[in-house]
Design a binder for this molecule. Structure first.
Ligand SMILES: Cc1cc2nc3c(=O)[nH]c(=O)nc-3n(C[C@H](O)[C@H](O)[C@H](O)COP(=O)(O)O)c2cc1C
Length: 226
């Protein structure tokens, strides 16, 4: 069992191409029912999630497409990346994008193809299910971190069902537009989306080579040799 969890942690990867096959409400419920056991400080459970499919999904996609076309990002103070990203994060972000475009066979000069690919975010990369993760604006950084734990739990539970996921902060770019469409309260904020569905293993994006900083770069071990 413990081995299953380690395997799932390493096997989960962002899926950016999906088969059109539907995913039943029962499966989504089972995933969210498991993920709600994610831990949170004081057991606040500072999260809410909205799942959309069918016509509801299509409407969100339509509205987002219009908003993107008409203008500026709606990230606001909760930006996707801090401005003027510094090292080592700047290089990691660049390398990540290049690895994806290399898998897709899109060159650096082909700005139109890159733009089209970014726009794929706003159709959930073709996934039949979209999830939106919502937090109370009054919460602090601790609760934001815990929302992340909930999101990872959803991704791992989906993995256990053989489903693919991609977390999508890109949706923050249209968060004000979707606020009304999703019927959010004044104090609520759309943080992140997630594409969820059956992976298309034959798609070029599935061959993207992923990287991580080495363990020595992110972890220190003290007192173990004593
Ligand atoms: C909170 C969060 C938001 C993300 N937003 C996006 C996104 O908008 N679009 C996208 O293609 N990938 C997005 N990703 C996926 C990351 O690029 C991906 O997790 C990272 O490159 C590591 O690759 P892996 O998930 O395949 O291991 C997001 C990931 C997280 C955790």
């Amino acid at each position: 069992m413990a081995g299953d969890i380690l395997t799932a942690l390493c096997r989960r990867r962002s899926c950016r191409a999906f088969l059109p096959d539907p995913v039943s409400r029962q499966v989504i419920e089972a995933i969210l029912d498991a993920a709600r056991w994610a831990p949170s400080g004081g057991n606040l459970q500072p999260w809410r999630v909205i799942a959309v499919t069918g016509s509801e999904r299509d409407e969100v996609v339509r509205i987002a497409g219009e908003a993107l076309f008409s203008g500026a990002s709606e990230e606001g103070e909760h930006f996707i990346y801090p401005p003027d990203l510094w090292e080592p994060y700047r290089t990691r972000r660049f390398a990540n994008a290049e690895a994806l475009y290399a898998a897709l066979g899109v060159s650096r000069e082909d700005k139109a193809a890159r733009y089209r690919w970014v726009a794929e975010n706003f159709r959930f990369f073709g996934a039949p299910i979209g999830l939106f993760f919502i937090i109370d604006r009054r919460m602090g950084h601790g609760q934001w971190a815990q929302l992340g734990m909930f999101m990872q739990s959803v991704a791992l539970a989906a993995e256990a069902e053989g489903l693919g996921t991609c977390l999508q902060e890109a949706w923050a770019r249209v968060r004000e537009t979707l606020h009304g469409q999703l019927g959010l309260e004044e104090h609520e904020l759309l943080y992140c989306g997630m594409a969820l569905g059956w992976p298309d293993p034959g798609h070029a994006s599935a061959s993207m080579v992923r990287e991580r900083a080495a363990l020595e770069e992110i972890a220190e071990f003290r007192g173990f040799g004593d």
